[in-house]
Design a protein. Sequence first.
Lengths: 450, 340
Amino acid sequence: MATIVSMPKWGLAMKTGMVVAWLKQAGETVQQGEPIVEIESEKATNEVEAPASGIMRWIGIQEGDSAPVGAPLAVIAAMDEALTDEQIASLLREDAEARRQRTEMQKKPAASPSTARPTATGTVRAPTTAAGRVNASPAARRLAQELGVDLSTLAGTGPGGMIGREDVLHAAEAAKVAQAATEEVEERDVEVDGVTIHCLIAGPVNAPHVVFVHGLGGSLTTWSLNLPAFAEQFRICALDMMGAGDSAKPAADYSVAALTTFLARFLDTLGSDWQRVSLVGHSLGGAIALSFAQQYPRRVEQLILVDSAGLGPEIDATVLDLMRSQPTLDSVRSELTNFFAQPELVQQALVEQLYRQRAQPGAHEALVATANAAFGNGQQHIDLRDTLPGLNAPTLFVWGAADTIIPVTHAQQATSSPRSRLQIFPNCGHCPHIEQADAFNQLVLSFLRE
Amino acid sequence: MAVALRQLTYAQAINEALRQEMRRDPRVILMGEDVAGGATVTGFEEDDAWGGVLGVTKGLVQEFGRSRVLDTPITEAGFIGAAVGAAATGLRPVVELMFVDFFGVCWDQIFDQGAKLRYMFGGKASCPLVIRTMIGAGMGAAGQHSGCHYSVFTHMPGIKTVLPSTPADAKGLLAAAIRDNDLVVVFENKILYNTSGEVPEGEYVIPLGKADIKREGNDVTIVAISRMVQQALAAAEALEAAGISAEVVDPRTLSPLDEETILNSVAKTHRLIVVDEDNPRCSAATDIAALVADKAFSELDAPIKLVTAPHTPVPFSPPLEQFYIPSPERIVATVQEIMG
C-alpha cells in the first residue's frame, strides 16, 4: 500500500507551506515516525514525520517551492511494492479528487434549522428500551459503526421510533456539514466600546465555548498549535487583547482589572452564546482569566491557567526590560529565547512576525503600559492568590518546570483552589502550549471534556 | 429466437405440460382418482372422461389411452405406493393426490418410502415420481379439502416441493418436475386454475430451485408463496400509489430454496415480509424469516413480519374463510407498519 505524504496544516490560518529541505531523498528507506521533510509555514518551521514505513518513491515539491495545505508532497511505497509511474499518477488523481470533494463539502452552507431534521441536532435522546438499550435496527447499527455515528444521539423515525438506516445516513450527512462548519475559520474584527478587537472564531456552533487569552507581548497566534485541535470539539475564540496583535491600541487603562472588564464586554458583544465559557489564559492572560472568574463566577465553566501571572511575587526582569526597550529584531529574538527550554524552537519567521507586530503604531506604547500596570522591578503588582479558595470553576494549572519567567514554584498555589488539578511539564519553559503542544492539547481537551 | 406466447389458464398450462412430456417420453404415465374418469363404467370409457375432479387432465386419455392414464380406486396408500414402485422400476409416473389434505393416509409411502429410496439404497435406486396435489382455501370446500400443508412436505429430506403461482410457471415447473430423478410434489392452488397468463408454446422447462422476482422494488421485500404471489402483487400496486416500492419475490420451489435471491433482495431493501397461506407454526414463512435473520441480520432495518393464515383449520363459513386467507389489505397494512 502506497502512502501519500501531504502538506500539513499547523495552524487554523495556515494555507500554504514551503519545503525547506528534504531529509530523505527518492529511493531511500524511511521508518514510520522518522522526519522526512522540513516545512516552513508563516509562523513556524517544523519537520514532517513519515506516516508509514517504506521507500521514498516520488517527491513532488522541490526544496524552496511552496504548496497549499493538503497537497501531495511525496509518495512512500511499501517495502515490497513495485509501484509504476502510472500507478503513482492514478494514486495522485484519486487523492486530488478526494480533496476536491472535501472542499466542495466544506463550501456547503451549514444546514439551516428549517431543513435540518430533528434527528440531526444531536440534542435529542435516542429511544431506549426498558433495559436502557438503544432501539436501533441491525442495519442501522452496522451502518452507524461504518460511518462513525453515535446511535445514542439520534432520534428514530422507523417503526415504533426505532432508529433506521435513513436516520443514520441523515446524521452522518449532518455531521459532515457540521464538520465543514468546524473547518470554517472566521477572523473577525469586533467593535467593543469603540475599540476594534481582532479575533478568530471556529468550531461547531453547538459545542461548549472556549476562549483563549494570550499573555504580555503576545497575540492570538500564540495558540496556533492549539486552536485546530480544540476547534474540532469546541466552539473557540482566540482574541488579540486591546493593545496587542491586530487589535486597536488606544491610550487607555491597561490594568488587569480594566482588561478583565473589557474581556467581559467583548464576550457580550460576540453574542449571548458567549455568556458562559471556559477560559484558557497564558501568563498575564492567566491573571486576566482568574480575575474574570472572580468577578463573574457564573460566566466561567472551567478555567485553565498556563504559567499564569498573579500567583506569586516573582517575575523575570530581563524579559520585561527587553519588552520595554524599543523593539529590534535582536531584542525580540533575545526575548523569545527566554520563553523556551529549547531555544532552537525560536524560528526566524516567528521573530520577524512578532517584530512586525511590535513595530505597528501604538504597539510599543500599549505593551509598555500593560507591562507597567502589572509588573515592575522584577515584581508582580498583581496578586490574585486570595481569589483561589473561593473559586467555583474547576481549574487546571499547567506549568513548564523550566519556566525562567514565572517560576514553577507558583504552581503550588493550585492547592488553595478547591476543585483544581495541576500538571507540570518537565523540560519545558514558559510556553507549554507551544513547546509541548500535543501533550498540552491532549491534557486540556480531556480536562474540558470532564 | 422469439418464443411464441399465448394466453392459457393455469389448468390449461398444466395440461399442456403433461401432454408435451407424455409425447416426449413414453415412460411418463398418469395415475389418480378420475384422472381419466369413467374407467370400468360401460359407455363412458371413450367419450366423456372427467379428467380429474376439476378437469385439469381432461383430454389426455383420448390421446394416450388408458394404459398411460390410469384411474385408481379411492385408496391413496395403495396407488401412491404403486406409483413409488413404478418409479423405482423404470416408469416416470405423475400421480394425483386429489386434495393435499389426504396426505395422511399415504404419508408412509411418500416420506418413508419414495423420499428415502435413493438414500436407503446408497444411490442405486431412485424415485422419479411426481405427485400433483391441490391446495388452498377459497372455494368453500371446508376444513378437509382446503389446506396447504406444503411446509410438512418441505420439512422432509428427499422431497422437492414446487409451488407455481402463474400459468407459465405451472407449465415450466411441472415439466422440470417430471424430468427430475427424485420425488417432486407439485402443489397447485385450486383458486389459480382459472387465472390466465402468457405461456410459452413448445418445450418450456424452469429449473427447480430458481426463485423469480415477480416485481422489482427498493423499499421492502415481500416473499410470497403460490397464490400469495398474486395477493402480494396486488398489495405492491396499492403500495406504489402510497409511494412505497415493494419487491415481490416468488421462491417457486421451497425445497430446494433459492436463498441467494431472497438474501440479495433483502440486502437491497433492508425489510422483509413473508406471505404464506399455510398455517404459521414451523412453516415456510418462519423458515424464510429464520434464514434472513440468520444470514442477513445486519441488513435488516425493521423487524421481519409474517402475514399468514391463523393456526386453525380452514373455516367453512365464507366470511371466515375470506378472513383466513392473507389479503392484499393485510399485506399493505403490515408493510406500512414496518416502514415507520
